[in-house]
Write a protein that binds this ligand. Sequence first.
Ligand SMILES: Cc1ncc(COP(=O)(O)O)c(C=O)c1O
Length: 392
Amino acid sequence: MKLGNKRLAALPPYPFAEVNKARDEAIRSGVDVIDMGVGNPDMRPDPIISTFLKEALDDQEIQNHRYPPFHGVREFREAIARWYMRRFNVSVDPETEILPLIGSKEGIAKFFLAHLDRDDIAIIASPCYPAYLGAIGISDGSLYEMPLLESNEFRPDLKAIPQDVLEKAKLILINYPNNPTGAVETRELYEDVLNLATMHDLIVISDIAYAELNLEPTYRSISFLEIPGAKERTIEFYSFSKTYSMPGWRLGFAAGDPTLIGNLLKIKTNMDFGVFMAMQRTGARILDAGDGLIEPTRRTYSRRRDVLLGELESTRLRPIKPLATIYVWAAIPPSFSSSMEFSKAVLTRSGVVLAPGSGFGTYGEGYVRISLIEEEARIREAVARMVKSGLI
Ligand SMILES: Cc1ncc(COP(=O)(O)O)c(C=O)c1O
């Protein structure tokens, strides 16, 4: 039997496989593991969200059991258009410029599949959400990692991208508020990215999965589509997973240029049937419900962030205060040669799971990502254990 193919062989191994294996072994041997590795919210969705879904399920007018329309339920697309207008003052056409997704991860991977040929370069800001790296493997394209350095507040230096890379590049991907660094965008940066993209005829992928998870009232993220002229070369992805603590429900969407949306739809039409209709109607009601549904979540993450930063203050782990997201990015003590070595030592000696920075790309080395997915008391305990172990 001949197993797999070149595409499969080209796929990078799941970056956290090693740490997860060690975690599972620790759990099996009875360790009370505090898992702050993955970005998997511990909180439950607001009960009203379950009510929305139950009502959609019971609605005899909706033929929930049937295949949904490929381009999504109109009610959901219209609610997305209203959200863009209300939240960013951006007009998107619900007919042609919006596409519901089974979570944004599938949309991003399939978008790469629709656009990258062999030798096409995707410029990806790094460190990054690891699924981008896998999506490049799936799609046959090549990767250029555009460094996000602490010295530049984790924003790219666009002028440093080599000319030959720009010549072969087909798309540029940016993600703010940023996973894993917690860094945020500026309007000037977005303008510069658009100028560069226009000059080199690049597609812009903007991932705003954490757009609503600001941890400070003074900061509100913007959409890339707010930049005049951006829409005609941009596709933007949004996710319900973290904002509403519903990652397992699988709901997201893309918005932007009709041709880019159409290309993604073409791939999806051949691979899936979109999102369960009752879920799309639930999504419409969630978006229309506005900020009230998000505010308690923001407050919880913000408190957890402050607790973690406070506890880490006099340790050798050097956290960078995030203005948004559900993560704290922290520089590891200099005595460790790699983030993997550090994360493994932390797990073995204190039973705490942190995500090694190297899993987020080349420029993640030297850091760990700490997810704020444990309650405050557990966060305190996690730090106390790490301190006691002498590692931080
Ligand atoms: C930056 C970013 N984009 C997209 C996603 C994917 O979210 P989902 O597929 O759950 O919508 C995540 C999940 O962690 C993420 O961090």
